[in-house]
Design a protein around this ligand. Sequence first.
Ligand SMILES: [Ca+2]
Length: 74
Amino acid sequence: MQNILVVLIFLAILFGGVYWWAGYSTRSGFAKDENQNFIPDAWEEKYSWFFSGKGFIMLLLGIAIGFTLAKVIG
Ligand SMILES: [Ca+2]
């Protein structure tokens, strides 16, 4: 169970970092973002689902972490 928890937390940090980087790189002008939705256009073609599902993905990860954490502690 602890391994799963580590993987889930790692994923949450990784995804959070990717979402943060998408916003940061487009705002600061590193990445091209012609439609100005704060998603680098290079990523948008292939990974638009990853950004449109942001709330759902993070919610799911949060629930999974909470559930696993409860198992590890309890
Ligand atoms: Ca864009």
